[in-house]
Design a binder for this molecule. Structure first.
Ligand SMILES: *Cc1c(COP(=O)(O)O)cnc(C)c1O
Length: 380
């Protein structure tokens, strides 16, 4: 069967009533027939039927053994790091999500877990950073916001040769574009706040693992530490994921169109759009100052200035002063997040409206290209 059909029908019809939508089981506990005799549910931190539907859905979509839903992407990251112990080390991608860096640097460091950051697009950098204590390799691919792509298959073989787990934050690509577990990763992680939820109306995190023993460990941590996703938010993520393939197709089409338009634009210095597609486009300006970038992001009208990405409405942001502010300036710039970098999360609006919005946000003298572009474009 086509994966979209499988996805849509992975949501079971409610056995009790025939409801075609998943019921929201808003309950803390489940009545037992006798001590320990129940219908598979005893306490809603451990297990909740609505959350279970979501967890099965993401496990299937990522083609893993089992999935786990957390209160946020950062709570999911927290749970994965808890697989390790004091003294263990992580080798992580340098252009990492700012919140992940903050958690590693401000929380995990004081518990004795050390993280080394390298440009993971070059495998040799990972090999050189691995020590006898390295237990996990942590990558995002593509990264955010400079959209660097790492070869997951290559990193997986290096990781396994050194007895390390490979965790891939697949938030930007989504399982529609990339399935890291099939490429050799052990753990896939999502901020479901972004494309999976897809409507900018919730905060959620998901973890999927391939190995049954690792699944038991994550399940134990999820229950023992308790950062679970609520039944209502689980329901919202399920609802979002039902249209994920459709939305990703349109995000990708719109973003590619905008990337093509920006490529030769006189106001643009560097353009970032990854080979695997997706809905994020980043660029630096010829006028390479923070002021110029800030002028741009406060001049767009359809692209709303906001943190986050992956929703149906287009967003723009200035990573250096927003999402990546918690990374020290030198380290941020070395990872390519320069002061004039702008990140667009391209939504599902009509593409010519988005291009017109970008165009009017550039300084006047650079506006002529728009008319040319409109003349050349046949539209879609
Ligand atoms: C947003 C994001 C996170 C954190 O997720 P939250 O749901 O905001 O806690 C982690 N990784 C990436 C790549 C993200 O974009």
């Amino acid at each position: 069967m086509n994966p979209t059909t499988t996805l849509i029908h992975s949501i079971p019809v409610d056995e009790l009533t025939g409801a075609i939508s998943v019921p929201i089981y808003q309950t803390s506990t489940f009545v037992q027939e006798a001590p320990g005799v129940n219908k598979g549910y005893d306490y809603a931190r451990s297990n909740n039927p609505t959350r279970a539907v979501l967890e099965n859905m993401i496990a299937r979509l990522e083609e893993g053994h089992s999935g786990y839903a957390f209160a946020s992407g950062l709570a999911a990251i927290d749970a994965v790091v808890k697989l390790l112990k004091s003294g263990d080390e992580i080798v992580a991608v340098d252009d990492i999500y700012g919140g992940a860096f903050r958690q590693f640097d401000k929380i995990w460091k004081k518990f004795g877990i050390k993280v080394t950051y390298v440009d993971t697009t070059k495998i040799i950098n990972i090999v050189n950073a691995i020590t006898a204590n390295t237990k996990m390799i942590w990558i995002e691919s593509p990264t955010n916001p400079t959209l660097k792509v790492t070869d997951i298959r290559d990193v997986a073989s290096i990781a396994h040769a050194h007895d390390c787990l490979l965790c891939v934050d697949n938030t930007l690509a989504t399982p529609v574009l990339q399935k890291p577990l099939l490429l050799g990763a052990d753990i896939v992680l999502h901020s479901a706040t972004k494309y999976l939820g897809g409507h900018s109306d919730l905060i959620a995190g998901l973890v999927v693992v391939k190995d049954p023993l690792l699944a038991e460990h994550i399940k134990f941590i999820q229950n023992a530490c308790g950062a679970i996703l609520s039944p209502h938010d689980s329901w919202l993520v399920i609802r979002g994921m039902e249209t994920l393939p459709l939305r990703m197709e349109q995000h990708g089409r719109n973003a590619k169109y905008i990337a093509d338009y920006l490529e030769d634009h006189p106001a643009i210095d560097k353009l970032y759009y990854p080979s695997i597609g997706g809905g994020i486009v980043s660029f630096t300006l010829k006028e390479d100052t923070e002021e110029a970038a800030k002028r741009f992001v406060t001049s767009t009208k359809l692209f709303k200035l906001a943190e986050s990405l992956g929703g149906i409405k287009s967003l723009c942001c200035h990573p250096a002063s927003m999402t990546h502010k918690s990374i020290p300036a030198a380290q941020r710039q070395a990872a390519g997040v320069s002061d004039s970098l702008v990140r667009l999360s391209v939504g599902l609006e009509y593409f010519n409206d988005l291009i017109a919005d970008i165009e009017q946000a550039f300084p006047k003298k650079e506006k002529t290209i728009f008319q040319q572009h409109q003349k050349n474009s046949t539209g879609q």
